[in-house]
Design a protein around this ligand. Structure first.
Ligand SMILES: Cc1cc2nc3c(=O)[nH]c(=O)nc-3n(C[C@H](O)[C@H](O)[C@H](O)COP(=O)(O)OP(=O)(O)OC[C@H]3O[C@@H](n4cnc5c(N)ncnc54)[C@H](O)[C@@H]3O)c2cc1C
Length: 511
């Protein structure tokens, strides 16, 4: 048995032979594998299954294969709370992160709960049955398969796996060299000795430029406008010191908290004293590149620190490539592509053999799965997020969405732990339905207060947050920990009920 219960014959909502699970997880990336661990250890009576579109574990860390692919936050906070990160580097490369996620799944026997090549397309809730019917398309056979579950936890990430964001550049097809998108890096791409232009200056571009600069002839980072870039050591000396003296888990927890607090402090400082932080960040860049470098043009953003995600480079690798003349930064707008490269609106031309469009991700909410509640289509963008892990007026669905200003896993861990608390509460009270009821008096706010292009482009598809608790997204691990780990589950907003139309009964009435 793989911990699943097969319904023989028709179910109340699914077709004949559809399998019933207590919890269906969508996605086997960091969030899905982590959530499976929490279910196994904190809600062990619940059966679960993970449906994964791809053929392997790891999500982001399996998909992205471009040179130098690495984390841009430290692994003591990007790692799971329950599994210490033991490798030497705190800023780790993609393959090591993928190994860590795979190892977690293997060690805890999570692998056998995953069905690969199952792409979830729709989910329909029946209040009568208190069940979700989930449809998935088998990527290997094209067949449509159905599952039923009591709870649906979406761990599908936040962007479109089918393709990244590429602006409409004029005459792209005229370029005679190769155009490459980082989301689908061609294995056969030989850039040795070649002229490369990387368009963009976000996390992907600042990773790619130094990684390619070693072998390429020259790499240009072409940006429309600059990003805040800060260098940190790839290894954490305090972590090494602690690890030599303390048991691994204790050392890991201490470093995790150190990094959480430092990050929170820095974010707070950036939001409250932006000018001071800006001056310091630019001073650090000047120290890296020397007094003659035009930091004003190439490294001074138009926005304040942490209005967009800060770009971290390990061990000054980007600055080193610039210092050595292997890479350079050009700031300007593309007018059009030419046969030989790019023409900028300034009139300047950039010749290239290879152009990499590191222009960002295409945000996607819950993988575009079509949600229906009792036959009525639900539009996620009209709902309000509850504690950053459920949606108003959608029963028995949770989702994993990490922090924008800190490591994703910190929030994913808290969310999965809270999901277990909700499930255990429901079991104890004999309830089958949990649904946050929206308060019309709570003021609506944008889901994220970042000005990054990919959030701006996705404004219309993102849900809303509310101005007050429990609808407010704190982007603060300590506050979320207080609410999700120690706060009461039966908070008066999350309504618990039983099936047959009693969803609106509070648990105290239903129990
Ligand atoms: C290049 C890159 C670097 C990053 N670096 C960092 C970093 O350093 N720190 C940080 O905090 N964050 C970083 N992020 C954000 C990163 O995505 C998260 O850290 C984390 O990996 C997200 O994990 P996840 O499991 O929630 O989502 P993903 O990793 O996106 O995994 C989602 C999984 O769900 C599957 N899936 C999606 N839709 C469906 C469906 N309909 N049916 C079935 N399966 C589905 C996907 O195939 C995938 O396996 C980075 C992102 C990128 C793109």
């Amino acid at each position: 048995m793989d911990g699943t219960s097969r319904i023989e014959g028709a179910t109340e909502t699914g077709g004949r032979g559809s399998e019933l699970f207590d919890v269906l997880l969508v996605g086997a990336g960091i969030s899905g594998i982590g959530a499976a661990w929490y279910l196994q250890s904190q809600a062990p009576s619940r059966s679960y299954l993970i449906l994964e579109s791809r053929e392997g574990i790891g999500g982001t860390w399996d998909l992205f294969r471009y040179p130098g692919i690495r984390s841009d936050s430290d692994m003591y906070t990007l790692g799971f709370a329950f599994k210490p990160w033991l490798a030497a580097k705190a800023i780790a490369d993609g393959p090591s992160i993928l190994d860590y996620v795979r190892e977690t799944a293997r060690e805890h026997d999570i692998d056998r709960h995953i069905r690969f090549s199952h792409h979830v397309t729709s989910a329909s809730w029946s209040s009568k049955a208190a069940l979700w019917t989930v449809e998935a398309e088998r990527r290997d056979s094209g067949e449509t398969v159905r599952f039923t579950c009591r709870w649906l936890h979406m761990c599908s990430g936040y962007y479109d796996y089918a393709g990244g964001y590429v602006p409409e550049f004029q005459d792209m097809d005229r370029f005679e060299g190769r155009i490459v998108h980082p989301q689908f890096w061609p294995e056969d791409l030989d850039y040795r000795g070649k002229s490369v232009v990387v368009i963009g200056s976000g996390a992907t571009a600042v990773t790619l430029v130094p990684a390619m600069a070693g072998d390429a002839g020259h790499v240009v980072m072409l940006q429309r406008s600059p990003t805040y870039i800060v260098s940190r050591p790839s290894e954490d000396s305090i972590a090494h010191w602690l690890r030599r003296r303390l048991p691994p888990m204790l050392a890991y927890r201490l470093v995790r908290w150190k990094n959480v607090l430092l990050q929170q402090w820095f974010f707070h400082l950036a939001r409250t004293r932006p000018e001071k932080v800006k001056t310091k960040l630019l001073e650090l860049v000047r120290e890296e590149l020397g007094p003659n470098y035009d930091v004003e043009t190439h490294f001074t953003p138009r926005y304040n620190p942490w209005q967009q995600r800060l770009c971290l480079v390990p061990d000054s690798d980007l600055f080193e490539a610039i210092r050595q003349g292997k890479a350079s930064v050009v700031t300007g707008e593309i007018e059009r592509f030419t046969e030989k490269g790019l023409k900028l609106t300034s009139g300047a031309e950039l010749d290239a053999d290879i152009i990499v469009s590191a222009t960002g991700l295409k945000l996607q909410v819950l993988s575009d799965v079509a949600f229906t509640v009792d036959g009525e289509r639900r539009n996620i963008s009209r709902s309000m997020t509850y504690k950053g892990m459920m949606f108003s007026d959608i029963p028995n669905v949770s989702y994993s969405f990490g922090y924008t200003n800190a490591s994703w896993t910190l929030k994913a861990d808290l969310t999965a732990g809270y999901l277990c608390r909700i499930l255990n509460h429901m079991e104890a009270k004999g309830c089958e339905i949990a649904q946050p009821h929206r308060d019309p008096d709570v003021e609506e706010m944008p889901f994220v207060d970042f000005t990054s292009g990919y959030f701006e482009r996705a404004r219309d598809i993102l849900p809303k947050q509310g101005a007050t608790k429990p609808w407010r997204l704190h982007q603060n691990y300590a506050l979320d920990m207080a609410s999700l780990k120690y706060g009461t589950v039966d908070d008066g907003t999350l309504a618990f009920g039983r099936r047959a139309g009693t969803a609106r009964h509070r648990v105290t009435e239903a129990a």
